[in-house]
Design a protein around this ligand. Sequence first.
Ligand code: BGC
Length: 375
Amino acid sequence: MNKRMLLSASALLATAALALSGCSSERGGGGSGDSTGSSATSTGFEAGSTIGVALPDKTSENWVLAGNLFKQGLEKAGYKADVQYAPASNTVAEQQNQIQAMVTGGAKVIIIGAKDGRQLGTQVQAAKDAGATVIAYDRLIENTEAVDYYVAFDNFQVGQLQGQALLDGLAERSDGKAPYNIELFSGSTDDANSAVFFNGAMDVLQPKIDDGTLVVGSGQTDIQQTATAGWKAENAQSRMDTLLTATYSNQDLDGVLSPNDTLARAVLTSVEQAGKPLPVVTGQDSEVESVRSILEGKQYSTINKDTTLLVEQSIKMVDQLQKGEKVDVNDTEQYDNGAKVVPAYLLDPVIVTKKNAAEAYQNVPNLLEIVKEYQ
Ligand code: BGC
C-alpha cells in the first residue's frame, strides 16, 4: 500500500470540503510550475516585517544548515529573522512556546520544521487568527486547517530512491546471488515524513519481498517495529545489535534500509562492532561523514536534498506573500494532513552513490571538494 492509497479517502473528503468553500484544491492542478493563490494572504504585508522560523532539534546536519541559511537569506531580503531551535530536551513544549512567541511578536509568516507535526494545532491556529501565514518546512503539520503551504523534497520519491538503491547495491555487491537477507529501519513516528519515506521504499521493496528475492530475517516489516524513536543514532544502533544477536549469528546480513545518514552510520557501527561483513546500507541527507563513508566504499547510498534550494524556495514563498502575489506550488494532491490537502512545492531529491557523487554534488561546493579528495 502506498502513501497515495493511505491518504486517498481523507483527500476526497478534504477536496469536497474545499470545493464547497469555493476554494478548490484543483485550481492549481498537479503539474510542475502550476500555482495557486491564497486569498488570506493576497493583501501582502509591510517589507521588513518579522519572519519566524521554528526548527526542531539538531539531529541531522541539514537542520543546522537550514537555520543559518534562513537567517542569512531572510536578512539579506530585508526581513527581520527570528530563527529558533527547539532544544533536545522538552522539544515539543519548547517549540510550542517558541511559535506562540513568534505569533505574539507579530511575525507575518511562520516557517515550521515540526518536532512533532501532530502537536502544533493550537499554535498554528493562533498564528492564523493573528493573520500570519504558516508554512510547513520539510515536515508536514498534521490534523489542522491552519497550515497554508508545505515546502519539501518529495518524500515519497526519497523512499522509492532508497528502496531502489538497496536493490541496486545488493545486485552489485553480491553478484546478483539472491535471495538477500535484509533488515528495515524507519524514522521517528512523531515525524510525518517517516511513514512517507517508508511507504516509498516499500513501494519498491515489497514486490521483491513477496517474490522471495528479499528476506527480512527478523520478520519485522511493520513501521512500528522498524521505527527509530527521536531519529536517534543510539536507538538504531541498539536495535541493530539486538537483530544481529537474534537473527544473524549463523548467517550474513546483506542489506539494510536506513531512512537517513545518521541512522545508516549507527547501523554500520553496530555491524562493525559485531565483526560481521558490512551490508549494503542506504541513507539520506548527504551528511559529510556519510559522504566520506560512501567514497570509502562503506555506506552504499545517500540522498542529496540540497538545503540551500529548499531554503531559497521557502524565502521565495515569503517574498510572494509579502508582495501579495500568488504563491508558487506544484502539488495540490499528495499532502493531505488529515484536515486538508496542503498546497505544496516539492523539489526533486537525487540519489547519490560512489559512482555518481561528482555529478550529484556539482552544485554543492563543500561536498564536491570531498569527492575530489577521493578521486
Ligand atoms: C528529514 C530528514 C532527516 C530527519 C531527521 C526528516 O524529517 O526530512 O532529512 O534526516 O528528519 O532529522
